[in-house]
Design a protein around this ligand. Structure first.
Ligand code: NAD
Length: 432
């Protein structure tokens, strides 16, 4: 058990946790792992604080000719394992606290899948829906130019996140390259393949979700072609996860998006649903051959695997007791709150945590960076094979750790990640 001093310290700082928000939930899990590892106070403090926080103002000449000033952020939570890695989001409510929490999340995610990166996150507080393409380009280029000292293929490598995409990464790459007087593709990932992006990157997160789902099914002795699946969210992660499970012979009994849920006890034709959604402006609204249900009902269906792949806080203390799935594979970030964890554990539901389950994206981002630096590009088959191997190894490693300490997979993920970063730091020492 942790000693008195450290144990008291973990509980001391900050306001009382509500355990129902994704960031507080993450901190709760961080504290649990720190206690189990008996981290000393100094190390705890080190890991709880980001190494660098940068706030810049981003002036942009709008199409009207007027100047508007936006606020931009980049937080490097940790770079002990290697250059830091994390997405950049554009949203009206982005703030430094959110970016700090998301950066820490990236540190643990990279450590869990043994990708040699630290964690970072960035953002610009803006409403991208109100900005023209030219305004978005000027905003991105000025933000990048203000971050030239932070970004770099050996320092800090951005990627797309909410409301940013391949084009945003292309602008960042170009702006950085112009300033260093050479083409530096490895400064960002999630680029178009034409500019050094990796094959298989778009499908990587969903593919990783499926790899760990198969590993979990295997532990419960359930065959993939005999299992039933429900998927919440039908965007990049949800639709790819559903499609790959369908191709493996699983019966996907329900899917959903923001328009609601669609249930068919005999199984949904996923390729048809993907086609339908594409033709229907990325919406499943009105999808035939399925019964309409709500998103809340979808979560509570009797099935073997539930893949929440929409947004955070979907399974909380309000509905955790009604979950009938045997496995939850977290495609989204933070879909299960810390309060729900306890209930699901008591009910014997195996939760494959987000920092493992959706780490396929960052894993193939790592492959993209490796390929850019080598100037040698892999086939999609090679990307997928290596992705499957890394995800599978990470699952096996955490499963073993969870059995060894009699803890959940989520707790094992945090214990492994925090231990890895702390041990690396100890070996490197504190530079004075
Ligand atoms: P996306 O925008 O492509 O798709 C989101 C889907 O969720 C859409 O179908 C949308 O209609 C649906 N949705 C939104 N609100 C909903 C609600 N209230 N109820 C039900 N459905 C709702 O996003 P994505 O890239 O698939 O990301 C989904 C989740 O996975 C997010 O939590 C994201 O942070 C996480 N994630 C994504 C990646 C990635 O590589 N794309 C990597 C790691 C984690």
């Amino acid at each position: 058990m942790p000693n008195q001093k450290t144990s008291a310290y973990y509980k001391e700082p900050g306001p009382k946790l509500d355990r129902e928000s994704p960031f507080e939930s993450m901190m709760e899990r961080f504290r649990f792992a720190a206690e189990l590892l008996e981290l000393d106070e100094g190390m705890f403090q080190y890991l709880a604080s980001p190494v660098k926080q940068v706030i810049v103002s981003v002036p942009v000449i709008m199409d009207s000719g007027e100047i508007e000033v936006f606020e931009g952020y980049r937080v490097i939570h940790d770079n002990v394992l290697g250059p830091s890695k994390g997405g950049i989001r554009y949203a009206p409510d982005v703030n430094i606290d959110e970016v700090k929490a998301l950066a820490a999340w990236m540190t643990w995610k990279c450590a869990v899948v043994n990708v040699p990166f630290g964690g970072a996150k960035g953002g610009v507080r803006c409403n991208p829906k109100e900005l023209s393409r030219m305004e978005l380009e000027r905003l991105t280029r000025r933000y990048t130019s203000n971050m030239l000292e932070v970004f770099g293929p050996d320092r800090d490598i951005p990627a797309p996140d909410m409301n940013t995409n391949e084009q945003t990464m292309a602008w960042i790459m170009d702006t950085y390259s112009m300033n260093v007087h050479r083409t530096e593709t490895a400064v960002v990932t999630g680029k178009p393949t034409l500019l050094g992006g990796s094959q298989g990157r778009k499908e990587a997160t969903g593919r990783g979700v499926v790899t760990v789902t198969l590993a979990a099914l295997n532990k419960l002795a359930i065959l993939p072609n005999k299992c039933t699946v429900a998927v919440q969210g039908f965007g990049n992660v949800g639709s790819i996860s559903a499609k790959l499970m369908y191709e493996l012979g699983a019966k996907v009994i329900a899917v959903s998006d923001i328009s609601g849920g669609y249930y068919n006890e005999n199984g949904i034709d996923i390729p048809a649903a993907i086609q339908y959604s594409k033709r229907n402006n990325n919406s499943l609204e009105g999808f035939p051959e399925a019964e309409s249900i709500s998103n809340a009902e979808l979560l509570q269906l009797k099935c073997d695997v539930l893949i929440p792949a929409a947004k955070e806080d979907q399974i909380s203390k309000q509905n955790a007791d009604n979950i009938q799935a045997r496995i939850i594979a977290e495609g989204a970030n933070g879909p299960v709150t810390a309060n729900a964890d306890t209930i699901l554990e008591d009910n014997g539901v195996m939760v494959v945590p987000d920092i493992l389950a959706n780490a396929g994206g960052v894993t193939v981002s790592y492959f993209e960076w490796v390929q850019d630096r080598q100037g040698y590009f892999w086939t999609e088959e090679r990307v997928n094979r290596r992705l499957n191997r890394m995800m599978r190894d990470a699952f096996d490693n955490l499963f073993q750790l969870s059995e060894q300490h009699n803890i959940t997979l989520r707790q094992a993920a945090y214990v492994y990640a925090i231990d890895k970063v702390a041990k690396t730091l100890k070996m490197r020492g504190i530079y004075a």
